[in-house]
Design a protein around this ligand. Structure first.
Ligand SMILES: N[C@@H](CCC(=O)N[C@@H](CS)C(=O)NCC(=O)O)C(=O)O
Length: 298
């Protein structure tokens, strides 16, 4: 990588999972960038004409490399690792088998637009956070929010979802149950993966650990992190400490917290565990015992 010629600019939001992933990548790869921190629900800045010229889909993150915009967090992560393979941390497994297995795991953790909310781990943790989004949206008059989303958001499902959030303060309850169920499956699978004592999901640190770092941080934000203190996920709990101890964590995650998100979190949870924690725990128990009996039968 030629630092003289290369210029990177990132359009992002403090608490957006995908922005966190890209920032973690830039830190791990030691790539400096010009930061354009934006607000999403608070001001609808992503729906502005100016930003839609940068990303017609009106979502963050967008990484501009030497004038070319790059979209989709997982594609940006791969791009950066290919661009500077020997700089900072290498983010791909070394073996062909590892690479193929990584693809599958990345798709489970990505915020994909081609599946329904709650159909994978990534969209479930995002879905579980929507009470926070609803709270931020409440800072603006309902009509202003609806006007913005209905007339300016290019995604028909999101435009509807944001209006529902503003009007109802959350999505329909069965959806949260779906998110919790999918989260329990993902957490149990991570625990099983780490149970052989490996430090990271593929042994060495990879882009999957970047994605998991953002997701586990979000688990804290939605006050479901009590699940890591139950003693049922000892390897995952240790892993969470390990990824937070990396030098990338503070600059990419905690230094970038957005005030309106933190305030909404405090209002929604009032310092208490999420009311969905007992459901998460019971679903986790079911999944862990299912995995145990499969192991015993094998
Ligand atoms: N597939 C995209 C998803 C991007 C995305 O959904 N970003 C969210 C924040 S994590 C966003 O900008 N939401 C604002 C909106 O839809 O109005 C990626 O991986 O980068």
């Amino acid at each position: 990588m030629n630092a003289q010629k290369d210029s990177f600019e990132l359009y992002h939001y403090g608490e957006s999972l995908c922005s966190q992933m890209v920032r973690l990548t830039l830190e791990e790869k030691q790539i400096p960038y010009l930061s354009h921190h934006m607000h999403l629900e608070l001001t609808g800045e992503n729906l502005s004409r100016a930003f839609k010229k940068i990303n017609p889909n009106a979502v963050v993150p967008v990484l501009i490399h030497n004038g070319t915009p790059l979209y989709n967090s997982w594609e940006i992560i791969r791009y950066l690792d290919n661009h500077a393979p020997t700089q900072g941390t290498a983010l791909m497994p070394k073996s062909a088998a590892g690479l193929a297995a990584l693809d599958e795991k990345v798709m489970e953790n990505a915020l994909r637009g081609d599946i329904a909310l709650g159909d994978n781990f990534g969209t479930s943790i995002a879905g579980a956070s929507t009470y926070i989004l609803a709270h931020i949206l409440k800072r603006r008059p309902a009509l202003a929010v609806m006007w913005d989303y209905v007339t300016k958001h290019p995604d028909p499902i999101r435009k509807f979802a944001f209006c529902v959030l503003r009007l109802r303060g959350g999505l329909p309850k069965p959806l949260y149950k779906k998110f919790i169920h999918r989260l329990a499956l993902g957490l149990a699978d991570c625990e099983q993966r780490l149970a052989d004592g490996r430090d990271y999901m593929f042994g060495d640190y990879t882009m999957l650990d970047i994605m998991m770092t953002a997701h586990l941080h979000r688990l804290e934000d939605v006050h479901l992190d009590g699940i890591l203190a139950t003693g049922k996920l000892p390897h995952l709990a240790a892993y969470w400490q390990r990824v937070q101890a990396r030098p990338s964590y503070q600059p990419a995650i905690t230094d970038q917290h957005s005030w309106e998100w933190r305030a909404a979190m405090d209002d929604v949870y009032q310092g208490q565990a999420s009311p969905f924690l007992p459901l998460l725990e019971s679903q986790l128990d079911a999944r862990l015992s299912d995995l145990e009996s499969r192991k015993a039968a094998a």
